[in-house]
Every structure is written in structure tokens, then in C-alpha cells.
Write a protein that binds this ligand. Structure first.
Ligand SMILES: [Zn+2]
Length: 77
């Protein structure tokens, strides 16, 4: 899993890296840009979060559509 540090105040993000590197980038960013303060809207994001949250909805819709087609086909005989 890769991690990325995002700062909402600067609207910037690092590249994808290991968790420890991302935490170090957070510390460096706070120290160098925000005088050691914690900026608003910062977060560590993992690439696991990038999976489409709508994927399960489409999967469910696809199953229902197939079920409906099968029902129609069976009742059309
Ligand atoms: Zn910042």
C-alpha cells in the first residue's frame, strides 16, 4: 500500500510513498511551511482509498439487471 500526504491549506500533495516517508513528509511540511503548526485539511491518504466507492453499487445494479433479464426470459416462454 502506498501513502500520500496532502495539505488542504496549500492544496498540495506528495507523490505515493511508504507510510513512514509520508509521515516524514508531513513533519517536514509542517515545520518548513507552517512553522511547525498543523495546517487545516491535511491528511495521509492511502491508495486503498482510491478504489471506486461506487463499484459495489454498479455490481449490485448489474446483478439486479441480470436477474430481471432472466425473469423476463423465463416468463416469455
Ligand atoms: Zn501546507
Amino acid at each position: 500500500m502506498a501513502w500520500q500526504y496532502r495539505c488542504g491549506t496549500c492544496n498540495t500533495a506528495t507523490g505515493w510513498m511508504g507510510r513512514v516517508d509520508a509521515e516524514n513528509a508531513r513533519s517536514d511540511h509542517r515545520r518548513t511551511v507552517h512553522h511547525g503548526m498543523t495546517p487545516d485539511g491535511e491528511r495521509l491518504a492511502s491508495n486503498a482509498e482510491r478504489a471506486d466507492p461506487m463499484l459495489w453499487v454498479w455490481t449490485l445494479a448489474g446483478c439486479l439487471a441480470l436477474g430481471a433479464l432472466r425473469w423476463i426470459w423465463q416468463h416469455a416462454q
